[in-house]
Design a protein around this ligand. Structure first.
Ligand code: MN
Length: 321
């Protein structure tokens, strides 16, 4: 999915001033964002209280939605730069097409990882026909300055490594967890994992003390470090942990997001990550002019126009909180 917000705001994110060095338990409420006519998502990042977790800079949780009699996800071609997109499903299917000619149907717990480098465009749709329910998360990873102009590429990893403990199956999406390493390409020290807990599970998840972490709850009743986290909410955990207590009252689905705190400041607007206002304005102008971002072949319909840039230019940021 993408940022379809017509009043896209500029955000400055990153920088170590945001990072909490010690373990904390900071509950982040979602912002409800309407995408198109029928889909509402819960946006966890960027959040008023927190902009990034490691290099993770954008997190939307959507569904489960009954789309039996609806078109489901319909995101027209739109551009990206300076980031990687991670599509993660618990239910349903998504058909991905991009300007490199990729064409992939993504199923639950498969990794669709698109590295934009300096330019790519893609569309995402529920296929026809499609399963009744759609439930997943759309996430972005900011690319560091050293690699933000790499060649665009798309990876579809249908099989991912798993780590298990009694009551827990962890699927490693990016990076490593408990000795299991994802084949997905990464550019900063980062981890993403899907955590499937069975009712009654009471486990300690091994963590890296140098990483900051958050847990996104997607389904079920779960306590994360003794804090109840409802589906559609995120608990920020700070740094300095070697393990994380997880307790499930029912079968539950979570995502673990973490990484080395992202030291660079980035500018995010609409579907672009850059380093300055000027760069963002140039990206908008290139997309609207049909330059640089390529063409998504096979998509029936118009591309997504960029919203207007905010009238007030972005100022260098102070702390967000
Ligand atoms: Mn997108």
């Amino acid at each position: 999915m993408s940022n379809l917000d017509r009043q896209a705001t500029l955000s400055v994110c990153g920088g170590r001033g945001f990072v909490v060095a010690e373990p904390v338990r900071e509950l982040l409420a979602p912002r409800h964002v309407q995408l198109g006519e029928s889909t509402e998502v819960r946006r966890l990042l960027p959040n008023l209280g927190r902009r990034m977790v490691g290099a993770w800079c954008f997190v939307d949780h959507y569904g489960p939605d009954d789309i039996a009699s609806e078109p489901g996800m319909q995101v027209p071609p739109h551009p990206h730069q300076g980031l990687q997109t991670v599509s993660w499903l618990h239910e349903g299917e998504v058909l991905h097409r991009d300007s490199l000619g990729s064409h992939a149907t993504v199923h639950p717990r498969e990794l669709a990882l698109m590295t934009s480098g300096s330019a790519i465009s893609h569309s995402e749709q529920s296929p026809v026909p499609h399963p009744r329910y759609l439930h997943g998360a759309q996430l972005w990873v900011a690319l560091p300055d050293s690699h933000r102009h790499v060649d665009a590429h798309f990876e579809h990893h249908a099989t991912l490594p798993r780590a298990t403990a009694p009551g827990l199956t962890a699927t490693v999406i990016l990076g490593s967890l408990d000795g299991a390493t994802s084949p997905g390409t990464t550019y900063t020290p980062i981890v993403g994992a899907d955590l499937a807990l069975t009712a009654g599970a009471d486990v300690q998840l091994p963590l890296e003390p140098d990483f900051e972490y958050a847990i996104l709850a997607m389904s079920g009743e779960v306590h994360v470090d003794e804090v109840p986290v409802l589906p559609g909410s995120m608990l920020y955990l700070g740094c300095g942990r070697t393990e994380l207590p997880l307790r499930a009252e029912s079968d539950a689905g979570l995502m673990l997001l973490g990484g080395e705190p992202f030291a660079e400041e980035i500018v995010m607007w609409w579907n672009f990550v850059g380093r300055s206002n000027e760069e963002i304005a140039q990206a908008r102008s290139d997309w609207m002019g049909g330059d640089r971002f390529g063409e998504v072949k096979g998509y029936e319909g118009d591309s997504l126009p960029a919203p207007e840039l905010p009238a007030v230019p972005l100022k260098p940021r102070g702390r967000v909180r």
